[in-house]
Design a protein around this ligand. Sequence first.
Ligand code: IPE
Ligand code: IPE
Ligand code: MG
Length: 250
Amino acid sequence: MSYLNQIDPKRVPQHVAIIMDGNGRWAKSKGQPRSAGHQAGVKSLHETLRGAKEAGVKYLTVYTFSTENWNRPRQEVETLMNLMVWAIEQETPGMIENGVSLQVIGDMDRLPENTRQRLQKCIGDTAAGQVITLILAISYSSRWEIARAARELAAEVRDGKISPEAITEELLSSRLTTVRYPDPDLLIRTGGEVRVSNYLLWQIAYAELYFCDTYWPEFGPEDLYKAIVEYQSRERRFGKTSEQVSDETK
Ligand code: IPE
Ligand code: IPE
Ligand code: MG
């Protein structure tokens, strides 16, 4: 039986964030170059997006390329940038057809011109999508975005536009790249590592964390459904007591 049938449609996580890890190790285990793992990872994303839509998830944010990934060998960085262009071209018509809206978070200024242009074109072409928002975190890291927000707010204080007292959690959140999305409810990391690698640190304050050993190229809808079922078995207390939470849901 599919895990999909075990999902309570009333408590589907609105926003799922994924750290798509393990492409290189998957390829190595098959005696293939790392690039083959990245290529296979595109299909996993396609399938997982389909699964997320099927389950009723509204936002899917995927860690595609971190700020730290710029330190990988030049050849691998180039492969990844080219793969993104290829994948976007390949996927745009299907995204439009399926009501997927593409968004990007991260330092787009660091991307090669053609990668940035392709991304921007796809964002425009899919802007009307209402079913699910796919957010690619590219050249993204939390420390980058938090430092950037702090700089912006500091400049506004300096210019007398706001007072230091006006800086609240909400104001800081509004200067992050994720301003238009709710915080993730569920964070999944594939590939066996148990860390968050500078991903959405502010936003996952109360997300449920789910780690699995499956390498990203082998991950698909069933694995996502399984994670959602596990998510639904957890009690999200947000600092309250279990009794308070069960009173609230009565
Ligand atoms: C994730 O897979 C993809 C990116 C980070 C771009 P990796 O390339 O990190 O694969 P492993 O972790 O080396 O197996
Ligand atoms: C995190 O994976 C970044 C992406 C999945 C894009 P990494 O493979 O770069 O993370 P570390 O280096 O193992 O922490
Ligand atoms: Mg990795």
